[in-house]
Design a protein around this ligand. Structure first.
Ligand SMILES: [Zn+2]
Length: 227
């Protein structure tokens, strides 16, 4: 006998396999990140066709299989059309689902993160910002316990920072003045303050902060290397 289940999920990625089948990576509210096969999804008359695009949010009906489960039906909750018709917003949405697709372990349920992803997709639709990816990445790190608010004093000599460049040890979540450390990555005092703001404010409020694109890109690259 086959076993069936329903799961609310967001599509992270789809890849064509064989003729008309899609291999999907989804992020489920109660199951976390997992892969399924959507048989025949690319056939003209298939009921899944066009519905299971990246960041489509829906309720799936799945059949349990020994290897990969099958997606049989997908009831769309929101396909976010207004994001798909705006190239800038589309790129931001792809950026944020990629963060989860690349970095979250398989089958590690995290409803807080699921809700955060959903909230961010809605914010991408409603708001304009150049920093969706940066804000979401920092919030993602925080949700997984990889980053916390930073002290505004050197971890070694305890002096408060008055200079422009600070050294950050991302593995230890610690910051140093330039006299006390020669390793770690260099960030400005402004970026340190902005990081602390993002770590304290809501997603929506964080999107109002003007960030240094370059410094945040470097920071994100450094974290990605160490995740
Ligand atoms: Zn110091």
């Amino acid at each position: 006998m086959s076993k069936y289940y329903f799961e609310e999920a967001i599509v992270l990625k789809n890849q064509r396999i064989k003729d008309a089948d899609l291999l999907l990576t989804v992020y489920g509210r109660s199951k976390g990140k997992y892969s399924v096969i959507a048989p025949g999804a690319l056939k003209i008359k298939n009921r899944l066709r066009g519905k299971i695009e990246p960041f489509s949010w829906g309720r799936g009906y799945f059949v349990v299989r020994r290897n990969l489960d099958l997606l049989i039906n997908w009831e769309v909750i929101d396909i976010f059309w207004d994001i798909r018709t705006n190239l800038e917003k589309l790129n931001s949405a792809i950026d944020i689902i990629s963060i989860i697709e690349k970095n979250m372990p398989w089958e590690d349920p995290d409803e807080y993160l699921f809700n955060m992803l959903l909230e961010m997709l809605k914010l991408i639709r409603e708001k304009n910002s150049s920093f969706f990816k940066e804000v979401f990445f920092i919030k993602y790190l925080q949700s997984q316990g990889f980053i916390n608010t930073f002290s505004m004093r050197c971890n070694n000599c305890n002096k408060s920072f008055d200079e422009d460049l600070i050294r950050m040890d991302i593995m230890e979540n610690k910051v140093y003045c330039k006299n006390c450390s020669f390793s770690g990555i260099s960030i400005s005092l402004e970026t340190l303050e902005n990081l602390n703001k993002i770590l304290t404010l809501s997603l929506k409020e964080s999107l109002e902060i003007e960030l240094s694109k370059k410094e945040f890109e470097d920071l994100i690259r450094e974290y990605e290397k160490n995740l």
